[in-house]
Design a protein around this ligand. Structure first.
Ligand SMILES: [Zn+2]
Length: 327
């Protein structure tokens, strides 16, 4: 096969890159035994699944009975289970006290914009939770979402959502320009991150804001668990960003980075997060030597909590958000 001699190149800097780790299967489909390799660029600090799947394969990755965008927002991220012990509650409470993450706020964009009425396009809007927040702040909002079930959910809230992806935006959406373009937990799903960013750039007004949030692969959680980290979600996630690489892809296409913020800490210490860790690990179990001894999830969580006390924001939070502008 030709594949053996093929070199893999970083989507950001085009340098040749090497394999960092392998996900032995899609944990949400453990009976499919297809493995996914992740290659990492040490210069850009960016990882990518290789070989890249086709568009048809990508849509099959979302063919799941239960995906979070298929229903309205709930508090499931930090959900409370009835079988929580005192130590579980203590662990979560301490992490909650230590959580100073900055969640997405329309005001972050408003502070940078000139004028009084603003438009916002969300690419990959899921069930429309973020769009509603911007609508409440007086924005006119429109969304693009490839997943039919998520679009139906958004339409229940009377939101305008078109079918499309970041790489292939619908024509109706491309007829306007926007003050804010938001991609929240979307760029890591894209097959072609360069065309996704370029498409957004083409639709942004001068001095408009491009807000991009992704999982943070500089976090202690990712570094300890890689393929088994709940936010890795391979193969739905095809790209693995760090604060550095997220800024690098935006700078590459002419954006100026205005701010880098972090969010998502205490959810990593909830029982539901630990349940996902267990689910992922059990799907991977036995595939090779690396997945033989099941981790002690609760002990691992306490160790992560203690290490987080002494770490930077970049290492502490599970997600990173960059606001960039075109000048
Ligand atoms: Zn690179």
């Amino acid at each position: 096969m030709e594949l053996e001699s093929q070199t893999v190149k970083c989507q950001i800097c085009s340098q040749e890159i090497n394999k960092l780790f392998t996900a032995p299967c899609d944990y949400r489909k453990p009976t499919s035994h297809r493995a996914y390799d992740v290659f990492f660029c040490t210069s850009c600090r960016y990882g990518q699944v290789w070989p890249r799947p086709t568009r048809k394969e990508v849509s099959s990755f979302y063919d799941l009975t239960d995906y979070y965008t298929h229903k309205a927002d709930t508090n499931s991220k930090v959900g409370r289970n009835s079988d929580e012990s005192f130590l579980d509650r203590l662990r979560f409470h301490l992490s909650w006290r230590l959580d100073n993450g900055k969640d997405l706020s329309p005001n972050d964009a408003v502070a940078l914009l000139k004028g009084s009425s603003f438009s916002m396009l969300e690419i990959g809007c899921g069930n429309g939770g973020n769009m509603s927040r911007f609508l409440d702040q007086g924005f006119s909002v429109v969304g693009v979402e490839p997943d039919q079930k998520a679009r139906e959910e958004a339409k229940k809230s009377n939101l305008i959502v078109y079918e499309g992806t970041a790489e292939e935006l619908p024509r109706t959406v491309m007829e306007s320009k926007y003050d804010v373009i938001l991609m929240s937990h979307v760029l890591e799903h894209c097959i072609d991150i360069n065309s996704a960013v370029l498409n957004a750039k083409g639709l942004l007004r001068d001095r408009g804001c491009f807000i991009v949030e992704t999982p943070n692969c500089e976090s202690l959680g990712f570094k300890a668990q890689r393929a088994a980290w709940p936010f890795s979600d391979i193969p739905r996630h095809l790209n693995f960003f760090t604060p550095f690489s997220l800024c690098a892809i935006l700078s590459k296409h002419g954006f100026s980075v205005v701010s880098v913020k972090y969010c998502g800490f205490c959810r990593q210490f909830s029982n539901s997060w630990l349940d996902t860790e267990k689910e992922v690990w059990r799907a991977f179990q036995g595939s090779d030597d690396q997945w033989q001894t099941e981790p002690k999830y609760k002990l691992q969580a306490w160790k992560l909590l203690i290490s987080s006390l002494f770490s930077s924001k970049e290492a502490k939070y599970d997600s990173v958000r960059v606001i960039a502008q075109l000048f």
